[in-house]
Design a protein around this ligand. Sequence first.
Ligand code: PGA
Length: 251
Amino acid sequence: MRKNIVAANWKMNLDRVEGITLVEDILGKISLDSKTEVVLAPSFIHLYKLGKMCDDRRNIFIASQDCSASNKGAFTGEVSAEMIASCAAKYVILGHSERRTNFSETNELLKLKVGQALANNLEVVFCCGESLEQRHSGAHFEWLNSQISDSLFHLLAEDFSKIVIAYEPIWAIGTGVTASSDQAQEAHNFIRDIVRKRYGGNVANDTSILYGGSCNPVNSAELFSQPDIDGGLIGGASLNADDFVAITDSF
Ligand code: PGA
């Protein structure tokens, strides 16, 4: 059965002390017996320390926000999946729209990054999502299909079980405009359906699909009550412990 997951995407926020303070705050407030898996994705500088802070919590894990498409060598500034795994991270987020847009990440590049992550035993939170123009023109399903199939559908079923998908419509990210629960459910159902066509019903039913885009404590319960929404990837609201913990409690 698939997991419910609430993941915090800190983006390029919080220095060393601020990051530690936020995690202390979250650890003090979060329910210990929650069945929801909680994932914290800080910037690289925090991975090791936050991993240590959370390593006695069975339902809290660490993720990086990206990894290199190469394994090692002369790539100044890059951080490899092997390095991330050595900090005891469980996940890597790949394909966030901010990376696709600001750093020209293509489906082909992301396919390489997915390969690096899986080769180093990291699970992947793979982001996809359409622009407002694509939604208005009705091209969004075709776009989601190509993002997912071009970067992921070469995987064997056993490797696809290491993939979590995050549907993040670009028009909802950081805008305060959330997809309605019907819009989000429709997209999640579409994503589960293409996974079913490629890998079969068992894999599709076991794949966690998260919603991201202005998710907050006010709208999370309704979004997470939809049959194909298995949690959230939370940006802005994850920088406040009370808001983030409230979202983790909203199943
Ligand atoms: P937001 O960001 O919650 O601030 O909209 C979500 C994300 O970009 O992952």
